[in-house]
Design a protein around this ligand. Sequence first.
Ligand SMILES: [Zn+2]
Length: 265
Amino acid sequence: MPKRKNRPHGHYCKICGEYKANEKFSGKGHAAHICKSCSRLSAAEKAAAMDINRMMNLPMRRLSDNEKKWLENKMHDKRLEVADMAREIYGAHFPYAERNAMKKQLMINTLSFEVHTEVYDGYGDMEPADRQFMLGRKSRVLSMTDFHADSMEQSITLESGQMAKLVRYIVHTLEVFMWGQNYSLMTDEDTFSDDFLAGEIFDGFEPGENGVFQEKEPEGRPSWRVRVEYTNHTTQDMSSYDDYLPERPEELYFCLLEYFETEEE
Ligand SMILES: [Zn+2]
């Protein structure tokens, strides 16, 4: 016997998107492509179910402009279940979209960046990095305390353009708001070995269990810590107890340090 293609049996319901046996449809429902159980839904429920059904059936290929626009509109839908599903589907299609949307929203008010470790000095030698930087966007003041040199706090006032450029760089290029996910350590020491944690840090963007990263319980002071307060009143406070600076925090360290090195000349 020739093989037949596997076709769904029954009749299609346009609300729930399922193929159901004919007896699951009334005469009228048959023609309208609405099964008996869906026909009992209110008009609003029907509309929501149809939207969700359409989202679930969006192709995994690149979406057309119309599909994308439709999905973007649904993300702002008043019906929460529709909006939630739209965001989830959108996130799967456009993994960077969410991050880019955050960049547009986030503006730094204040930032504190503390480092107590060692860094490469550019000649292949390690030098102690034991400083705290504080930045205030509105005051335009950038200050630095060098704990190692036991020196006084130094501070400079940037021009507004310089400050705007700096805070933009920290959000848009260094993506400081992602550091918690990228670099922070999880606490569950029984479950995760140090090697696993190290891998987790470099692997980057995967959130931990339940998407929650927690700080490792402090033993001594952190090797680095960043605290940011954003204009939308969200705050970020994260510490690392690893004895090195990952790439982006290191970039921030040298970037901020540069302001004081040129100042001294
Ligand atoms: Zn149905």
